[in-house]
Design a binder for this molecule. Structure first.
Ligand code: SF4
Ligand code: SF4
Length: 370
């Protein structure tokens, strides 16, 4: 399996990482078999979190790697923000994993202003993780988050870290474009290692896993982590990654046109509908809809499984307040639209822009409709 250097950490990692969340769903014996398959195919990065099953994932993983610790870049995450709490949790993680050090520890889901405030009000978990790094208990320190990157970015501007982890997929590319346009370039300018996750958008891109992996690994990232609870899925992921060839810009644009999940509802942020004669910033409004519900509630009929998946995932990232506040602060919105139709004529993806603006206005200004 192809390997890359994880930014300034200098750690060499396989481009497919094995995630630990789904280890909760299976026996420790099956976890052990999956780990062996993954390592035997050249993988070397395995990641879990203290929070997954309150340490259960870590315990199952320790059973699986008991004879192979040195073959693994071993990673866990700590969600505790105060110094003493972080110490207890990291020590518990080391006991659970039966190891004396972690290769990477992530400060887990930094997704709200409060996370940044508490971490930067020293002493905090930051002080503990740097002390642990000094003592050799942690080789590299990272930050992980979902959804809006603003808070993780604030943290990194105040405190340099080694690695960042977040989602990269061709669906949320259009809901959280600032991950690609602001966060990633900033992190790379600091030579941080970049760990990707959610290549298939929490399962939403299940029809197109090959495209999804290929797209994610073609971004400026070092590794894509995927969890699994079956040998079949793991072997499929390995085979996709083993045959990986970077996607050209043209192929990506082609994917934006043909992806069934994007269809004629998700705004591709191409700006081709602009300028609106009334000065409405159409793509920005649809970006805020992405923050709100990932543009999943389109109020069109869907097959039951698709509908259920959308309902489960739409509010996964919790940026609804930010979306409403941002929409409220706009000078112009749907209420200024004169129905001139220019935007719909210009949209290459055939979005029914006026109807969508109306829906977003209901979601972000009037309260969602059911
Ligand atoms: S239809 Fe409305 S949003 Fe579209 S260009 Fe005309 S005024 Fe702007
Ligand atoms: S042209 Fe269509 S896809 Fe492009 S930004 Fe405007 S609404 Fe979105």
């Amino acid at each position: 399996m192809e390997k890359r250097i994880l930014g300034k950490t200098g750690i060499e990692v396989s481009i497919l990482g094995l995630g630990g969340f789904h280890m909760l769903e299976i026996s420790k014996e099956l976890v052990s078999q999956l780990v062996d398959i993954y390592l035997d195919h050249g993988g070397n990065y395995i990641e879990t979190a203290a929070e997954y099953g309150d340490g259960e994932s870590e315990k199952k993983l320790s059973y699986a790697i008991k004879n192979r610790r040195n073959d693994v870049v071993l990673v866990s995450k700590c969600h505790i923000r105060d110094r003493e709490g972080a110490r207890k949790f990291v020590e518990r993680t080391l006991r659970n994993l039966k190891t004396d050090h972690l290769d990477i520890l992530f400060l887990h889901h930094v997704t709200m202003q409060e996370d940044v405030d508490v971490l930067l009000k020293r002493p905090s978990a930051l002080d503990y993780v740097f002390e642990a790094k000094e003592k050799g208990m942690i080789r590299a320190i990272g930050v992980s988050f979902h959804g809006l990157p603003d808070y993780a970015l604030k943290l990194l501007k105040a405190q340099e870290l080694d690695v960042a982890m977040t989602g990269f997929n061709y669906y949320d590319r259009f809901n959280f474009p600032s991950i690609f346009e602001e966060f990633l370039p900033y992190a790379r300018s600091k030579n941080m290692g970049i760990v990707g996750m959610k290549a298939v958008a929490d399962g939403y891109l299940y029809r197109s896993t090959e495209d999804a992996f290929r797209y994610a690994l073609s971004q400026d990232i070092d590794i894509m982590v995927a969890g699994t609870n079956s040998k079949e899925i793991l072997l499929k992921d390995i085979s996709i990654v083993d045959n990986f060839k970077p996607m050209s810009k043209k192929s990506m644009e082609n994917l934006y046109f043909r992806a069934p999940e994007l269809n004629s509802y998700v705004c591709r942020q191409c700006n081709k509908c602009l300028p609106c004669p009334e000065g409405i910033n159409i793509p920005k409004i649809f970006e805020y809809e992405g923050w709100y519900d990932r543009q999943m509630r389109d109020y069109k009929p869907h097959e039951a499984p698709d509908y259920a998946l959308r309902e489960r995932l739409a509010f996964w990232f919790g940026n609804q307040n930010e979306a409403k506040e941002a929409y409220k602060s706009m000078d112009k919105n749907y209420t200024d639209c004169t129905n001139c139709g220019l935007c719909e004529e210009r949209c290459p993806y055939d979005l029914q822009v006026i109807d969508k603006l109306r829906l977003v206005h209901f979601k972000l200004a009037n309260g969602d409709i059911f």
